[in-house]
Design a protein around this ligand. Structure first.
Ligand SMILES: C[S@@+](CC[C@H](N)C(=O)[O-])C[C@H]1O[C@@H](n2cnc3c(N)ncnc32)[C@H](O)[C@@H]1O
Length: 371
């Protein structure tokens, strides 16, 4: 099958490397990494990819300029091999620079073609029951070229299933993992998140450090498909559990000014089953004590986007500079939407990377440590 991993813009290289580490050859486009595989690969990638949003199967690719053509091309897909009589069919549409642009029409006509095909094959004239497993399809037009995709994931992969509570402006789990995978951190080095909020960065670092598959605690749509043996996911989960490094020794430190956030982080770390791998502490940045040894600091500070908070954010960036610049052996990585961050921090970044934290345009400021 032709498969595609959807990722946030700017994160493609991370997902490409993850897929390549899992043994796949890939092709990258904006926000999409294409690869090939069967349902065991669907299980493996849903279970293991830390940076992606979802995995979809590409069912068809065609050009269409009219709704008649769209209906015919969709009807031609062998839906009876994919969707059982009681399958619940959801169709979403997107269109960019294409003659067919009405999303509600693309949706309705695609669904009508699928239903018509199933009615014909299953010899049903009336409504189909749609009481069974969910088949969530995406019909995406770009320059009159349509891609028909079947979602295998369901809730986005950032929903790992461990987060019990969140604080203000939490990072999505796949974004936090991507930020870590963009650093030079490896499990032998200390990892510090001094503004941990609900603990996402520290928890994702612990999952990476102990080689715990991020999807172990959740379910996926494909596992309920009529043509998929549930043993495929069961077995992938067994392998993943065997792959956990249970004797790993990690130095992960998570702190926050706010005691309530520390309590929330601890709960979430419990939920993720890695509470013993993180040292939590309530401490303000200015009182944080770090030896000047090799390690990695990743920070998602307040961005100061709300009225009246910008000066506070700038003051915090100044404090970060005072604290971090002398620690020249540490590598420091800071994500913020304040593109003048370096000015307040007091040092030019070694490298910057444009990223979107949800809808927010940010830069990932990287200050590489001396080796
Ligand atoms: C944007 S949130 C971090 C969100 C976190 N990455 C998550 O995924 O939940 C910023 C955090 O910085 C903390 N903070 C603000 N000022 C601080 C300071 N001076 N020292 C330590 N933490 C501070 C806030 O309490 C807040 O939890």
């Amino acid at each position: 099958m032709k498969l595609v991993a959807n990722v946030a813009s700017g994160i493609e290289a991370v997902t490409k490397r993850e897929l390549s580490d899992l043994g796949y050859e890939t092709q990258t486009e904006n926000g999409k990494i294409y690869f090939e595989g069967d349902y065991s690969d669907v299980a493996k990638t849903n279970l293991w990819l830390r940076s992606a949003d979802r995995i979809q199967i590409i069912l068809a690719n065609f050009k269409a300029w009219s709704f008649e053509e769209l209906f015919d091309r969709i009807y031609e897909i062998p839906w009876e091999e994919i969707i059982p009589l009681n399958g619940k069919i959801i169709v979403n549409a997107r269109s960019k620079l294409s003659k067919l642009f009405s999303l509600s029409d693309i949706q309705a006509i695609s669904k009508r073609a699928i239903i018509k095909k199933l009615q014909t094959v299953y010899h049903r004239s009336g409504h189909l029951p749609e009481t069974g497993a969910i088949y969530s399809l995406n019909v995406r037009f770009e320059k009159n070229q349509a891609e028909v995709l079947l979602d295998t994931t369901g809730d986005s992969l950032f929903k790992r299933g461990y987060r019990i509570e969140k604080g203000v402006a939490p990072l999505k789990e796949n974004m936090a993992a991507s930020l870590i995978l963009l650093t030079n951190w490896h499990p032998d080095l200390p990892f510090v998140d001094p503004m941990t909020g609900s603990g996402t960065l520290a928890i994702e670092a612990a999952l990476i450090g102990a080689n715990i598959a991020p999807g172990l605690k959740r379910d996926f749509l494909f596992n309920h498909f009529a043509n998929v043996d549930p043993k495929i996911l069961e077995e992938a989960k067994i392998f993943a559990k065997e792959a956990i490094n249970r004797s790993v020794n990690l130095e992960i430190f998570a702190s926050d000014l706010n005691q309530n956030m520390i309590a929330i982080s601890e709960q979430n770390a419990h939920g993720a089953g890695i509470h013993n791998l993180i040292q939590f502490k309530q401490v303000a940045l200015r009182d944080l004590e770090l030896d000047n040894k090799k390690g990695v600091i990743v920070v998602n500070p307040p961005y100061g986007q709300r009225m009246g908070e910008i000066n506070q954010a700038h003051e915090l960036y100044r404090q970060m500079g005072e604290k971090f610049i002398p620690l020249n052996k540490w590598s420091k990585y800071i994500i913020t939407s304040d593109l003048d961050f370096e000015e307040y921090y007091g040092e030019k970044a070694t490298k910057k990377r444009k990223l979107f934290n949800g809808a927010i345009r940010t830069d990932y400021f990287q200050f590489w440590g001396e080796n």
